[in-house]
Design a protein around this ligand. Structure first.
Ligand code: GDP
Ligand code: MN
Length: 388
């Protein structure tokens, strides 16, 4: 789960990470008030779950409260398009109004999980403010890494080494080291999957500050963080993602035209591979899980069929816990109830498969059955192509 920059900064402040003073506004008037309270120059920042706002005009410097109000008026309600947003952009519903910081140096500092080493890696770079992927590709030597100890965490000597590597000296080195440890503490305490400050800045008056902040959380750990869960903003998520998560379906939108309904993540992977092998492209990854009920199947169908890029549906199920006759009953009910017009190819195998096939054949619905996965993939790809 992602959260907004203003929310991330509030959380980081609790962990002792220095951030600029500021507050969030959902109206130009409120932006005016905040700017007046801060006094002097402010930065008005569009709050959307995407980076690259600076280059897209989502970050504006304002010299006065009136200018902050004007900037907020322009940003609020607009659709901000950056390389990280969907092509149609994301509507700006809030802006963060912050005191402008006189920047001397833009640095990079982040914590994420290193799966290969089974622990967190803390990354730092003097090449902050730009896209870190590009720095990593072009000049990987500019990124320093320290791996946290699974039990001891990020140790003081490691934090000092990172601060030194960032070119900080004296008081700033101390501040930078402490900030790295505090960022790490937040990452661990809140079960983040990413905590990124890009840029972390040194100001002309010598402060070390998180100018931008991005926190992403591990969805599987949200159950133990009601405070974090409360920060969710469903306006930032695709409507179908929100609906799928409501029913506990694992749904991931992809670019192709074949909707895939499967049970189990391994089978989902195999299904995507075999659809591609047959020359098609999956439109999504939809896993109804092991014990899918008829309601789950109906919900899955509704989600699949409301995506206009889906031209044909491939149901690929192994009936273990989910028996094939129950699956067939669920599919028949869902297709009837939703009045589904899309071609559907069913491949199933496992418990009660004969009964399931018989039910599908006798349903009177135009369902295509497949003898095996390869056959199913071939058929659904042809149907999807014909429908376009
Ligand atoms: P992003 O483009 O979405 O990553 O948004 P950021 O918060 O990182 O802002 C982009 C850039 O705007 C930063 O790298 C800075 O160069 C600039 N910027 C943002 N806030 C300030 C500020 O208070 N003072 C100065 N001088 N520059 C700022
Ligand atoms: Mn940034």
């Amino acid at each position: 789960m992602k959260i907004h920059e203003y929310q991330a900064k509030a959380l980081l402040r609790e962990f002792g990470v220095a951030v600029p003073r500021g507050d969030v506004a959902d109206s130009p008037e409120r932006a005016h008030e905040i700017a007046r309270a801060l006094g002097g120059r402010v930065v008005v920042k569009a709050q959307v779950h995407a980076g690259g706002r600076g280059k897209a005009g989502g970050i504006q410097l304002a010299e006065s409260p009136a200018a902050a109000e004007a900037a907020a008026k322009q940003l609020l309600g607009m659709r901000l398009r950056t390389p990280q947003t969907p092509p149609e952009g994301i509507e700006v519903r809030r802006v963060l109004v912050e005191e402008a910081s006189p920047v001397r140096a833009e640095l990079y500092l982040a914590v994420t999980l290193d799966r290969a080493r089974s622990t967190e890696v803390v990354m730092a770079s003097q090449a902050g403010g730009m896209e870190i992927e590009e720095v990593a590709a072009r000049s990987p030597e500019k990124i320093l890494r320290e791996w946290a100890h699974p039990a001891l965490g990020l140790q003081p000597f490691q934090a000092r080494r990172l601060a030194f590597g960032l070119g900080l000296a004296g008081e700033q080195q101390k501040a930078g080291g402490t900030l790295a440890q505090n960022l790490f503490a937040c990452y661990r305490a809140k079960d983040c999957s990413l905590a990124e400050l890009n840029p972390l800045v040194v100001t002309t008056d010598g402060r070390v500050l998180a100018l931008d902040a991005k926190l992403t959380f591990d969805d599987n750990a949200l159950f133990r963080h009601p405070d974090v869960t409360a920060l969710r903003d469903v306006h930032e998520e695709l409507p179908l993602d929100v609906e799928a998560s409501r029913y506990g379906l694992n749904y991931i939108k992809l670019d192709g035209s074949v909707g895939c309904m499967v049970n189990g993540a391994g089978l989902a992977m195999a299904t995507m591979d075999i659809v591609q092998l047959a020359g098609g492209e999956p439109a999504n990854f939809l896993d109804v899980g092991g014990g899918a009920s008829p309601e789950q199947i109906e919900n899955a169908f509704r989600i699949l069929s409301s995506d206009p890029s889906v031209k044909a549906v491939f149901i690929n199920v192994f009936g273990g816990i989910l028996r094939c006759d129950r699956l067939a009953a669920g599919v028949i009910a869902a297709v009837r109830k939703l009045g589904l017009k899309l071609p559907v190819v069913v491949r199933m195998e496992g418990t009660n498969v004969e009964l399931g096939r018989k039910m599908l054949a006798e349903s009177g619905l135009a369902l295509t059955t497949a003898t095996d996965m390869g056959d199913g993939a071939q058929k659904v790809v042809e149907l999807a192509r014909a429908a376009r």
